[in-house]
Design a binder for this molecule. Structure first.
Ligand code: NAP
Length: 488
């Protein structure tokens, strides 16, 4: 007889919705999604900034089982992605499984009692589950720098993922701090609208030109009539993306990597006419070392007469704006912190207590790690989607989550068919896995000397998958059950 499983999913973003759909398909009906916010969509709910889009082609940033003939563009805007996630959750009936306003503050493994995981919500309510799937993503804790004098600033200031739509931008003097994908999209979208735009750059970024394309109504109708044409397009996009971008990053000496670097360099040299501006925009590290920015129109936007690149460091904020280290006051009405996320927190600050009473935050000790990206020794039946070392750099994260979920389902199947109490990776297997990653990391572009969230941590552990995508597919195909500790 199959063991009955109750599975709790934390987070109703892209991967949480995926997990619920896949669990139900696998015959696991007892599923609940805990979501701290009041709507689904994860990072696509939190981010609403002007110019928000996905810089991975939309037909790749799509669940494989729910193709979408209606993407308007090759790189579709964020609102379409959010609507797609909402529609898919409804179509598959998993929106009804979501409990909103349900922030999970504690998770504690208490087996051998029934339903090993005790789940405590911010309200104090307690629930139980046999398995927990942490689908919290990694772009959900805004990184808010502490800037001297911030509280004195008389204008509006907010993080890009907490956009205040009540603040007028037309005719305003806007300062953007940061030069990641978010800032690049913001500059491109805002420069024509605002009176003055200042981009505060601490580190220059390489920008890979990503020409956007609109899908005509006729093309979209064609995709609807002929799903095989859509599948063919996805296949072509994926093959191209993997060979020319994702896999290139894992081999710093590859030919494809050299092509990326040359393309970024030519983009800068051809698009920026002023020599001094070009020099200040030219990074001193290799393209791809920081998460590669993909887009078009950024350099053009920055060369508009009302836009300015500020490379002097930020000294402090004052009521009128930002004062830089060279003493200049940059008068501003609005400051946007496009300063990214605390990407290494994953499910933290939720207190996750494992079988030996240890906290996940202590086990990780600032260096998050997980066997095969999904399991942590001593944390039975606790599985992560898009967890540590996942291939998330410039690869479609939906495909990654799908592969991880197929892997997790095989573990759950073992729990059900053999009526096991718990499964978690062994320490030995995790150590070995970390060694393989460490060895692989040496060859990657992320090891070539830059700061940023794709870089290795202090222990050398790679934040992102350092091997090829094929190696990841291989790793996710069939679990090696001998690498798991079994609780009976
Ligand atoms: P990010 O890539 O982490 O960039 C943050 C920027 O803020 C960096 O330029 C950083 O400078 C700067 N910064 C941080 N603290 C600062 C401080 N105290 N003073 C001055 N500058 C500071 O963040 P993001 O652009 O929000 O992107 C985060 C991730 O979201 C991306 O890597 C990407 O995966 C994803 N994203 C994707 C898309 C998409 O289209 N798919 C769009 C937006 C975001 P340093 O480089 O010097 O640290």
């Amino acid at each position: 007889m199959l063991r009955d499983l109750h599975v709790a999913i934390i987070g109703a973003g892209m991967s949480g919705i995926l997990a619920a759909i896949k669990l139900r398909e696998a015959g696991i009906a007892d599923v609940r999604i805990y979501e701290k916010a009041d709507a689904l969509g994860g990072t696509w709910r939190d981010n609403t900034y002007p110019g928000l889009a996905c810089d991975v082609p939309s037909h790749l940033y799509t669940y494989s089982f729910a193709p979408n003939p209606d993407w308007s563009q090759r790189y579709s805007p964020g609102v379409e992605i959010r609507a797609y996630l909402e529609r898919t959750a409804q179509d598959y009936g998993v929106d009804a499984l979501i409990e909103y306003g349900a922030e999970v503050t504690h998770l504690a493994w208490e087996a051998p009692s029934d339903r090993g995981w005790r789940i405590t919500l911010a309200s104090g309510r307690e629930e139980r589950a046999d398995c927990v799937i942490a689908a919290t993503g990694f772009l959900h804790h805004p990184n808010v720098p502490s800037l001297e004098g911030a509280e004195t600033f008389a204008g509006a200031m907010f993080h890009s993922a907490r956009w205040d739509h009540g603040v007028p931008l037309d005719g305003a003097r806007v300062g953007i701090i940061g030069t990641g994908s978010t800032a690049v999209q913001l500059v491109t979208a805002l420069s024509e609208r605002v009176a003055a735009l200042s981009l505060f750059q601490r580190t220059a970024q390489w920008v890979l030109p990503g020409k956007n394309k609109r899908y005509s109504q006729a093309e979209r109708d064609g995709f609807r009539r002929d799903p095989s044409a859509l599948a063919t397009l996805r296949g072509q996009l994926e093959a191209n993306w993997v060979a020319n971008l994702a896999d290139a990053l894992s081999d710093a000496d590859s030919e494809a990597m050299a092509v990326i670097e040359q393309t970024c360099l030519e983009h800068l040299e051809n698009a920026v006419t002023d020599e001094d501006l070009r020099a200040r925009l030219r990074p001193s590290y290799r393209a791809g070392c920081k998460r590669l920015v993909v887009g078009e129109g950024f350099y053009e936007a920055l060369q508009r007469p009302n836009a300015r690149l500020v490379t002097a460091g930020i000294d402090r904020l004052v009521p009128d704006g930002v004062v830089t280290a060279d003493g200049e006051l940059h008068g501003l009405d609005v400051v946007v912190l496009a300063t990214g996320f605390r990407t290494r927190d994953y499910i933290l600050p939720t207190l996750v207590r494992g079988s030996a009473g240890s906290l996940l935050s202590d086990v990780w000790a600032g260096s998050p790690h997980a066997y095969q990206t999904v399991s942590v020794p001593g944390f039975p039946n606790f599985f992560m989607l898009v967890g540590p070392h996942s291939p998330v750099g410039n690869f479609p994260v939906i495909s990654i989550a799908e592969l991880q979920m197929d892997y997790i389902l095989q573990l759950l199947e073992r729990l059900r068919t053999e009526s096991l109490v718990g499964l978690s990776a062994t320490s030995a297997a995790t150590t070995h896995f970390n060694e393989v990653l460490l060895e692989g990391a040496r060859k990657t572009i992320w090891a070539t000397g830059c700061q940023g969230w794709t870089a290795q941590d202090e222990l050398g552990r790679p934040a992102v998958w350092p091997l090829s995508i094929d190696r990841f597919r291989e790793a996710m195909q069939v679990p090696r059950f001998e690498d798991f500790e079994v609780l009976r």
